[in-house]
Design a protein. Structure first.
Length: 205
């Protein structure tokens, strides 16, 4: 059974399907989740806090998918292709993931404001809501670091700097397909695989 926090986040996502973020009312989110408005404010502190939590949850879902792709029983290069494919699919299915990866926040989305550490609440639930969200560079770096940690044990002869660049190139290829889909018969997966196959990283195939 979902917690009140998850129910509130789910209700906010449902509200966004029909309204811009500016039109989403806290009282309606609380009502749809079946909790009091006070519970909503206790958990998130403000509408900005709800926005940050909503965006962070989408980032976490995306990164968990990256981890699943990297844990597959496949060749390292194939796993990086799957990471890139997951990036494309996630950005296509979630406007929030797309905004996180590209930094392009439309007026319909809950672009989270930045809070300083001095303004962080003493209430534990609100402290969770006050935490920041990753920008595009941070998210790409997180994927690169996860990929490097997963693959460097399997390719001990590879230069870690070169391997890290290879990992980052994979996710950036996926991101490029989000912004400008390749007009090729093989689609984005074939395009990504063809490019990665030409990169000068040994022992990653």
């Amino acid at each position: 059974m979902p917690t009140a926090r998850e129910s509130l986040l789910d209700a906010a996502v449902s509200a966004l399907a029909g309204l811009p973020w500016s039109g989403v009312r806290m009282v309606d989110v609380a009502s749809a989740a079946g909790v009091s408005r006070q519970t909503l404010y206790n958990e998130f502190g403000s509408k900005d806090g709800l926005a940050r939590a909503l965006v962070r949850r989408e980032a976490d879902v995306y990164l968990r998918g990256v981890d699943r792709a990297l844990a597959e029983h496949a060749a390292p290069a194939d796993r990086l292709v799957h990471v890139a494919e997951w990036t494309v699919g996630s950005a296509r299915s979630s406007a929030l993931v797309r905004a996180l990866l590209t930094g392009c926040w439309g007026e319909r989305l809950p672009a989270p404001s930045v809070r300083t550490t001095a303004a962080v609440s003493a209430v534990p639930a609100q402290r969770r809501a006050d935490a920041g969200v990753p920008g595009p560079a941070e998210l790409v770096a997180a994927v690169r670091d996860r990929a490097l940690a997963a693959l460097e044990r399997e390719v001990p002869g590879a230069d870690p700097v070169e391997l890290g660049r290879f990992c980052e190139t994979a996710v950036r290829l996926g991101l490029s397909c989000v912004v400008a889909p390749p007009g090729r018969p093989e689609g984005h997966a074939g395009y990504i695989r063809a490019v990665l196959a030409r990169l000068p990283v040994r022992a990653v195939g």
